[in-house]
Design a protein around this ligand. Structure first.
Ligand code: ACM
Ligand code: ZN
Length: 553
C-alpha cells in the first residue's frame, strides 16, 4: 500500500464524519460595544440548522431576522431559517430577537450569548438592528460552511449621538439607484442612521419635480465637464441623470428598512445654475444660463425680489415634502454671492419693502438671504417640518428654528449652539471625505480636491469641544460629506469613504473617554476583511502605516 491510499480516507473524514469546520467570532467590532463581558461558559455554536426567532406579528423584527439571515449567509454561505414564535416561547439553540423596554437608549442594544442561545434585544427595532449589525461584524467575514463559535457573555452598545449622518452629492456627478443603495448599506454596516442627499446644484438637478418638468429635462444634463481642476479644457461629453419621484421613494423605503432617514437637500438660493438654465426667469438677469460645466461658486443665484422665484421654491418644497417623510429638510444656504442682488431692481425693491437694512456687520443683501431662508423655514414649519441650513445662514438674521450644519470648521456650530440652535457638526477639516487621505495628493489613485483628512484626524474629532454642558446638548449629531466634483465612479466614492466612515462611526457612537485610536486600528483589520470580501475599494494608508511601524521596530 502506498501512502496516498492511507491519506485519502483520512481527508474524507475531516470533511464529513468529523463535522463542519469551526471558526471563532470576536466582539472586537466597529463601533466598539460599550460593554463586553465574557464568561467562562461554553460558547454558542451557530450552524446551518440554527433558527433565528422573532415574536409573531412583529413585522419589523421579522424583517430584522431576514437581514440577519442574509448577513450570516454572506459569511458562511448558509442562511439560517427565520421563524415566528408565540408569546413567551423561547426556542432553544436559537438566535432570538426581542424588544426590551429596560434598555435605556432608544437605539441601544444588548446581545446575550450562552450555549443555549443568543438574545438580541433593543428598546426598539432600531436597537435590535444594531445588535444584528454587531453580531454580523463579530462573525469572521469569510467562514464558508463553517460553524461559528460565539463566546459566551454579554455585549451592549448605545450611541452618543441621535444623528449619525453621511452626505452624498449626486449633483456634481450622478450616482445611480444601485450605488445609492450600496451607500445606504455601508451606512447600516457602520451603525449610521441619516443620509443627507444633496439633490441639486449648479452642475445638475437630480430630482423630478412634476410642476417644473424642465428642471430634469434640461437641468439634469450638463453638456460638458471641465477636465481636472478648472483647467479650461472640457471633455465635450454630456453628463446627466436624475431620480424620478418613484425612484426617490424607493430609496426612502430602502433606507427606512435599514433604520436610516433620508434628508433631501435643495440648495438655495445659490448653487442654482441648473434650475436657472431650465427657468431663466428665476434669476436676476434673466440669463441665458448654462448647467454649469465647471466647479466653484457662481454669481448667478436666484432672484429673491421675484415673487415667481419664491413661489417656485415653495412649490419645489411642497413636492419634496410629499416624497420625503423626513422631519428635517435641508435648504442649503451656502456660498451665495450678493453681487447680482446689489444691482437687481427687483431684489432692491424687496429689500425696501421688507425694511431690510445693513447693520451689526451684515449688509441689506445678507438680510435678503435671511429673508429667503426664514420664509422657506416658515413654509416647512407650516407642514410640520424643520429646516436645516449650512452655517452661512448665521450671516444675517438666522431663521428662528433652523438647525445649523457647521461645515466651515466648527466655529459656526459653536456660535449657533450658543445662540440656542441645534447643530450638526460637519467641520470640513475633519469630515470632508472628498479631501485627500494622503499628505501627497498626487500619490492618490485619482485626482481630487487636495487638502488632507487622514483617518486619524477623523477619529480625533470632538464635536462638542468649546461648549459648556448646556450648549453641548444642542450638538445633535455628526456627519461626513462626500462632494463629488472629482469623484465620478462608484469605486472612487468607496475609496474616499472607506475606511474613514469607520473612524466617523466611533465619533458618532462612542463617548470621548471610550475612544482609543490604537485599539480602533486593531479592530479595523476585521472590518477591512469584510470590505475585502464584498469587493469594496478602500484606502489602505492606515494599514500601510502600521506595516511601516512594524518594520521600523
Ligand atoms: C459646502 O461645502 N459648500 C457646504
Ligand atoms: Zn434679483
Amino acid at each position: 500500500m502506498n501512502m496516498n491510499c492511507l491519506f485519502i480516507p483520512l481527508a474524507a473524514c475531516l470533511l464529513t464524519a468529523c463535522g463542519a469546520e469551526k471558526q471563532n467570532a470576536s466582539y472586537d467590532v466597529i463601533p466598539k460595544p460599550q460593554v463586553t463581558l465574557l464568561t467562562q461558559d461554553s460558547p454558542f455554536r451557530l450552524q446551518e440548522s440554527t433558527v433565528i426567532a422573532y415574536p409573531e406579528n412583529d413585522t419589523l423584527l421579522k424583517r430584522n431576522a431576514a437581514f440577519l439571515a442574509g448577513y450570516i449567509k454572506e459569511s458562511t454561505g448558509y442562511a439560517p431559517e427565520t421563524k415566528a414564535t408565540a408569546g413567551d416561547d423561547k426556542p432553544a439553540k436559537a438566535i432570538r430577537l426581542g424588544i426590551d423596554p429596560t434598555i435605556k437608549n432608544r437605539e441601544g442594544y444588548r446581545m446575550t450569548v450562552t450555549a443555549d442561545g443568543v438574545d438580541l434585544c433593543g428598546q426598539t427595532p432600531n436597537g435590535v438592528f444594531y445588535a444584528i449589525q454587531t453580531l454580523r461584524k463579530s462573525i469572521p467575514a469569510t467562514a464558508k460552511e463553517a460553524d461559528i463559535m460565539l463566546p459566551a457573555g454579554q455585549v451592549e452598545g448605545e450611541p452618543r449621538f441621535g444623528y449619525r449622518g453621511m452626505h452624498l452629492d449626486v449633483a456634481r456627478h450622478f450616482f445611480d439607484m444601485d450605488f445609492v443603495k450600496e451607500y445606504i448599506d455601508l451606512m447600516a454596516l457602520h451603525n449610521m442612521n441619516t443620509l443627507h442627499w444633496h439633490l441639486s446644484d449648479d452642475q445638475g438637478w437630480r430630482i423630478e419635480i412634476k410642476k417644473y418638468p424642465r428642471l430634469t429635462e434640461k437641468g439634469s444634463v450638463r453638456q460638458r465637464t471641465v477636465i481636472g481642476r478648472n483647467t479650461g479644457q472640457y471633455d465635450e461629453t454630456p453628463h446627466g441623470g436624475f431620480f424620478t419621484q418613484d425612484e426617490a421613494r424607493e430609496i426612502v423605503r430602502y433606507a427606512q428598512e435599514r433604520y436610516i432617514n433620508v434628508i433631501p437637500e435643495i440648495d438655495m438660493p445659490g448653487h442654482m445654475l441648473a434650475a436657472l438654465a431650465a427657468y431663466p426667469e428665476l434669476g436676476c438677469t434673466g440669463g441665458p444660463y448654462e448647467v454649469c460645466p465647471l466647479w466653484g461658486v457662481f454669481e448667478d443665484v436666484l432672484c429673491i425680489g421675484n415673487d415667481k422665484t419664491m413661489e417656485f421654491l415653495e412649490d419645489v418644497l411642497e413636492e419634496i415634502t410629499a416624497i420625503f417623510p423626513s422631519r428635517y429638510i435641508h435648504i442649503g444656504g451656502d456660498e451665495v454671492p450678493r453681487t447680482r442682488w446689489e444691482k437687481c431692481p427687483k431684489c432692491q425693491a424687496r429689500i425696501r419693502q421688507e425694511g431690510l437694512t445693513d447693520g451689526n456687520g451684515h449688509s441689506a443683501e445678507d438680510r435678503l438671504q435671511s429673508y429667503c431662508m426664514a420664509r422657506m423655514e416658515k413654509f416647512l414649519n407650516s407642514k410640520g417640518r424643520q429646516a436645516i441650513g449650512w452655517d452661512e445662514i448665521l450671516e444675517g438674521d438666522v431663521a428662528p428654528n433652523a438647525t445649523v450644519m457647521s461645515w466651515r470648521g466648527s466655529a459656526g456650530g459653536i456660535k449657533a449652539a450658543q445662540m440656542g440652535h441645534d447643530v450638526i457638526m460637519v467641520p470640513n477639516n475633519y469630515c470632508y471625505f472628498d479631501y485627500s487621505q494622503s499628505r501627497d495628493p498626487k500619490s492618490e489613485p485619482f485626482e481630487g480636491i487636495g487638502n488632507y483628512v487622514p483617518v486619524e484626524k477623523v477619529y480625533s474629532l470632538e464635536p462638542t469641544a468649546g461648549l459648556d454642558e448646556q450648549q453641548q446638548k444642542h450638538i445633535i449629531g455628526v456627519q461626513a460629506n462626500l462632494w463629488t466634483e472629482y469623484i465620478s465612479q462608484p469605486w472612487q466614492a468607496e475609496y474616499m469613504v472607506l475606511p474613514r466612515m469607520a473612524a466617523l462611526s466611533e465619533v458618532q457612537w462612542l463617548q470621548p473617554e471610550e475612544k482609543d485610536y490604537e485599539d480602533f486600528l486593531h479592530r479595523l483589520e476585521g472590518l477591512a476583511r469584510l470590505y475585502d470580501r464584498d469587493g469594496l475599494t478602500y484606502a489602505k494608508h492606515v494599514f500601510a502605516a502600521q506595516t511601516d511601524s512594524v518594520q521600523a521596530r
